[in-house]
Design a protein around this ligand. Structure first.
Ligand code: DOR
Length: 436
């Protein structure tokens, strides 16, 4: 718990409608006050950061991260994944349950908290799985895991194909209030697919997954949320159809929220031809029509949150070729610059609107007390330079893995420094690190 004084910054806190130049005080790790031109007493040991010309935002929250520990430590660990998060401007991450073993008991939720206490740079909020061992056969002890600190439940990576199990999970969600986060790909329509179904898959002779594989499950799960009153959260929405279904459901008052990842609103499936397995993920990259619909969904509030689906895989695994390589790309260190370059600069979202989708909105979905600069809140802060231009440098990544399609891309707008509880925990390696 530390004291920090971040001076002269453009403070943007969407939760409180704050958008003004000022000085942010963090005392004993908590937001203390916002003031103007205040002098600190000489004997202060406070960390002073001159944020003139920079944006001071609540610490960013990534609600969709694969930290891979336990079981896949060759891809990532809680230590390396959260170091990448801190470098990317995130102070909190929610981690997926598809580890080995799967996070499917209260004890395993406690283990994640224990490892995070010892090794994590950022706050770590674990999800538990919906079904035991992600097998889709039997529900887990969600009640017990929720008491142990799980922030929601998900079988991310696979779809719960049994609609009755999904119904039962959503009934418990309605009772206890946690979100059920769904990976939407109908397994039979998706069988053997390694990319989107379309012109490129036909050209490359690869099996493709149709948009319908996603849309069918989104529609089913919306119906189940409507029937039960549970809170459904659609993970990594990638199709125009999913956006339309979520929009209609929201209009009817269904408790549904959704997120989208940068790759799904920047890259099309043609990227597979250029980048091979670094463009292979589930759900797959789609078409420009889908990108346009997702951006529209982000603009009109249909898509609530921005998340990365940071999915590290070792170089040797990604080198196996399109048929055998695992799905997913890393995203923690590139998310904010991609948001600023592709959503804020073209005018799709305001800066405050984009920050909201990475702070207060995911905090509300997960029910965590983060994502604001309210007085008394945890002193988690991200400082952003919206004007700086940098290239995505893969050798400087803090992640154990390097599977990104954005390597070498020139992006405008980067995080400079990240504070957690008032302590500096990271930032972009080439950022100006100014102390007054
Ligand atoms: O591409 C993906 N990779 N999508 C998922 O849903 C799971 C993830 C993983 O665990 O690698």
């Amino acid at each position: 718990m530390s004291d920090a004084f971040i001076v002269n910054g453009h403070i943007i806190d969407p939760a409180n409608n704050i958008d003004e130049v000022g000085d942010l005080h963090i005392t004993n790790g908590k937001i203390d006050k916002i003031s103007r031109n205040e002098k600190l007493a000489d004997d202060q040991t406070t960390d002073v950061y001159d944020a003139i010309g920079l944006v001071v935002a609540p610490g960013l929250i990534d609600m969709h991260v694969h930290l891979r520990e336990p079981g896949f430590e060759h891809k990532e660990t809680i230590k390396t994944g959260t170091a990448a998060a801190a470098a990317g401007g995130f102070t909190s991450v929610a981690c997926m349950a598809n580890t080995s073993p799967v996070i499917d008991t209260p004890e395993k939720i406690e283990q994640i908290y224990d490892i995070a206490d010892k090794t994590a740079k950022t706050n770590v909020f674990p999800f538990g799985s919906i079904t035991k061992d992600l097998a889709g056969k039997e529900l887990t002890d969600m009640r017990g895991m929720y008491s142990a600190g799980a922030v929601g439940f998900t079988d991310d990576g696979v779809t719960v194909m049994n609609a009755a199990l999904m119904r039962d999970a959503l009934i418990l969600s309605a009772e206890l209030g946690f979100p059920i986060l769904v990976h939407c790909e109908e397994h039979n329509l998706n069988a053997g697919a390694v990319m989107n179904l379309g012109e490129t898959s036909r050209k490359l002779g690869l099996i493709g997954s149709p948009n319908a594989a996603e849309d069918i499950i989104v529609a089913r799960d919306i119906m189940l949320a409507e029937m039960t009153g549970g809170h459904l959260h659609v993970l990594h929405a990638s199709t125009a159809g999913a956006v339309a279904l979520i929009r209609q459901a929201k209009k009817r008052g269904v408790r549904v929220t959704a997120e989208a990842c940068p790759h799904h609103w920047i890259l099309t499936d043609t990227e597979v031809e250029k980048q091979g397995t670094n463009a292979k993920m589930h759900p797959p990259l789609r078409t420009q029509t889908d990108i346009d619909a997702i951006i529209e969904g982000l603009c009109d509030g249909t898509i609530d949150a921005i998340a990365t689906d940071h999915a590290p895989h070792a170089p040797s695994e990604k080198a196996q070729g399109m048929l055998d390589a695992p799905n997913g790309i890393i995203g923690l260190e590139t998310c904010l610059p991609l948001v600023l370059t592709y959503l804020v600069q073209p005018g799709h979202l305001t800066l405050a609107g984009a920050i909201a989708k990475m702070t207060v909105v995911p905090a509300r979905i997960l029910g965590i007390d983060r994502g604001t600069l309210s007085v008394g809140a945890v002193g988690d802060v991200t400082v952003i330079d919206v004007d700086t231009v940098n290239r995505v440098g893969i050798t400087t990544s803090r992640s154990k893995s390097q599977n990104t399609p954005f390597a070498g891309w020139e992006l405008k707008g980067w995080q400079t420094v990240t504070f957690r509880n008032g302590n500096r925990i990271g930032g972009h390696p080439s950022s100006r690190s100014k102390s007054a």
